[in-house]
Write a protein that binds this ligand. Sequence first.
Ligand SMILES: [Zn+2]
Length: 81
Amino acid sequence: MLQCPKCKKGYDENYAFCEECGVRLISTGPHITMQQRNLVFDRIERSVFFRITRSYTWGILVFAILGFVAALFFFYLTSGL
Ligand SMILES: [Zn+2]
């Protein structure tokens, strides 16, 4: 339920203008609120995505370091001291 800011008459949410005084109601809202909701969801989705990719990158980095150490160890063993 919306209220006209000028004459304080109550309206349904699908009204765009006040029937009483013609003032534009905040009821253009559905689109805006949907966009805001999408933005919030988008932000959450993006942060989750970043977190996943970040942990994935860390996994690759750790794996690369382990592989490098293993390769060094392998060369150390096969260098025939
Ligand atoms: Zn009004």
